[in-house]
Design a protein around this ligand. Structure first.
Ligand code: NAP
Length: 553
């Protein structure tokens, strides 16, 4: 990695305008915008051997999107929307991967994506105002702009359980699932984790496993997805309503194609509220939380939804002891990312499924033959499935080994938690853009919406720079401080920080700073803020003209 001060190629012009790291939805769209709209030389570097990002890696049983299919796709092109047909209300992982390949082929993206290439380092060279990027295959790239498109949930969190290496069976993390699949037939399977992933996986694993034991640390709410094939009539209706759907998705706080009903939980009688919750339960999916505007704002309002959902668990699960463990939920509904499911609680009525509460009796060790709890209880298993989530939002960025001005590592800059401006730029890291970074609404939304907004904002910003002879853009430290404070305030205005074990807070990774990472102020508001910043000449950013940059060299 060349050192900024001793770079041996002071006159070399950058080989590329932009390097984009990652070929998921954000990296693909960023490539399209920079290459096909601005005419720039852009190169995507991707560790996998195909496009897809999260949908490339997460091939676990039951993997499916919790956003409805017609909203989980690019909206920027009517042509793409009209040429693709989803088969189900919630698309399965293979269908989403096919969709992403369809987009990549349609836009001819793959010729500028270097697959099987993992970025191992990136360093800003202040003298030349370029980024040097190195890869695991010995590659060296130089570009003016560095754009990370690494996703928010892409670094697997495998708990460091003593003895794991001694396990004689097979162990898999859901986010690194083998392409050939896993044969559970007749096997004793342990699943650790009951987040959105575990709740999707358990019912499918249980269908073939000899026995499935679910190890639950934090009990979780879930609402049925009511997934089903899309009928020809529904497909037509969705196609006819593209404009309306797009309008709704752009106006809602979470980018989903449904509005939050503007009424308080306490505007209606207990009976009426119950009826509304029943109706929402029948509608299913993430829409449940949209029944009232104050579910995520007022603890007492939230309690009504939480109690309804706990009652549902108790009514579905036949064994009262199992039901009690599943319904012993310690956080407000939707304060953690709310899962949706296909027969999750019903799965515990099967003879081949059991539940172990590892909150009261924690996992102490993995042994060659299974899992041992603190009490000494042993569970003999052949396969362990880690549905234990991710080092979310910051993990994949820090792993890139990025160094900004004066060799400042991003890991050091973010020692006490992520700090940036608009989720997109870090002071000390000029011309680096972090798509859907911490401090952006990203994971609190239907992801394609924040992805399109972030990519388009970055594209406009780069276009502005090139048109106006601006060589460098960098967030000002004071703008970053204000944004971090605003992100904190936005979270505090909701019940989100009350889920103390949440990955939103980094609480799932031992030693990670507890900072609420995503922006909870809503996608529509975020879009307005970003547009306003741009309209005011990129307020809060330091823009350096080419001449000043040259003088500094
Ligand atoms: P997660 O929400 O972080 O859940 C991880 C689970 O593993 C939790 O139940 C956690 O318990 C448990 N766990 C972690 N370490 C453990 C340990 N050492 N011992 C026992 N239990 C442990 O991860 P996820 O389910 O993979 O979901 C992550 C996010 O991915 C979701 O919130 C969602 O945003 C996204 N996702 C989306 C979809 C979709 O749309 N299709 C599907 C799946 C996931 P604690 O709660 O006690 O930490």
């Amino acid at each position: 990695m060349p050192n900024a001060a001793t770079s041996a190629h002071p006159t070399e012009t950058p080989a590329l305008d932009a390097i984009i790291i990652g070929a998921g939805l954000s990296g693909m769209y960023q490539l399209h915008c920079l290459r096909d709209r601005l005419g720039l030389r852009a190169q995507v570097l991707e560790a996998a051997d195909g496009v897809g990002g999260t949908w490339y890696w997460n091939r676990y049983p039951g993997a499916r999107c919790d956003s409805e299919s017609h909203s989980y796709c690019f909206q920027f092109s009517d042509e793409l929307l009209k040429e693709w047909e989803w088969s189900e209300r919630y698309p399965q992982q293979p269908e989403i991967l096919r969709y992403m390949n369809f987009v990549a082929d349609k836009l001819d993206l793959k010729r500028d994506i270097r697959f099987k290439t993992r970025v191992t380092g990136a360093e800003y060279d202040a003298a030349r105002n370029v980024w040097h990027v190195s890869t695991d295959d010995g590659g060296r790239f130089t570009a003016t702009y560095l754009i990370t498109a690494v996703g928010c949930l892409s670094t697997a969190n495998v708990p460091q359980i003593p003895g794991l290496e001694s396990f004689a069976g097979k162990a898999y993390h859901t986010g690194l699932w083998p392409h050939e699949g896993v044969d559970f037939r007749g096997k004793r399977v342990a699943q650790i984790g009951t987040g959105s992933t575990g709740i999707q996986a358990a019912p499918v694993i249980a269908e073939t496993a000899g026995h499935l034991t679910v190890f639950q640390r934090t009990a979780n709410y879930s609402v049925p997805a009511h997934n089903a094939p899309l009928s020809p009539e529904r497909k037509k209706e969705l196609m006819d309503r593209i404009e309306e759907t797009r309008r709704v998705m752009r106006s809602t706080p979470n980018g989903h194609p449904f509005q939050i009903v503007d009424r308080s939980v306490f505007d209606v009688s207990d009976e009426e509220r119950r009826r509304i919750y029943e109706k929402q339960w029948e509608v299913g999916g993430l829409q449940f939380r949209a029944a009232f505007r104050d579910i995520l704002l007022d603890k007492k309002a939230n309690d009504t939804a939480a109690e309804f959902l706990k009652d549902k668990i108790r009514s579905i699960v036949k064994d009262p002891k199992t039901a009690a463990i599943l319904a012993d939920i310690d956080h407000p509904y939707a304060a953690k990312r709310p899962p949706i499911d296909s027969h999750y609680f019903e799965t515990f009525n099967r003879d081949n499924v059991s539940l172990v509460d590892v909150r009261s009796d924690p996992i102490e060790a993995v042994t060659p033959t299974g899992i041992r709890l603190k009490s000494g209880a042993e569970h003999a298993v052949d396969i362990i499935v880690f549905a234990t989530g991710f080092d979310a939002m910051t993990g994949s960025l820090i792993k890139l080994n990025i160094k900004g001005r004066d060799g400042l590592p991003l890991a050091k800059a973010w020692e006490a938690g992520p700090r940036n401006y608009l989720g997109i730029q870090v002071s000390g890291f000029p011309n680096m853009f972090t798509l859907t970074g911490p401090g952006s609404p990203s994971v609190l939304c239907n992801m394609p919406v924040p992805i399109e907004q972030h990519v388009e904002w970055v594209t406009d910003c780069i276009a502005h720079m090139r048109k106006n002879g601006i060589a460098r853009i960098e967030a000002k430290p004071e703008a970053m401080d204000r944004w971090v404070a605003h992100v904190n305030d936005a979270a505090k205005a909701t019940l989100l920080p009350e889920a103390h074990h949440s990955w939103y807070l980094g609480a799932n990774v031992p030693g990670k700073p507890r900072v609420f990472m995503p922006y909870a102020g809503g996608m529509a508001r975020f879009r307005d803020i970003c547009n306003d910043v741009a309209a005011k000449g990129y307020e809060g950013f330091e823009l350096t003209g080419a001449e000043r940059q040259a003088a500094a060299e």
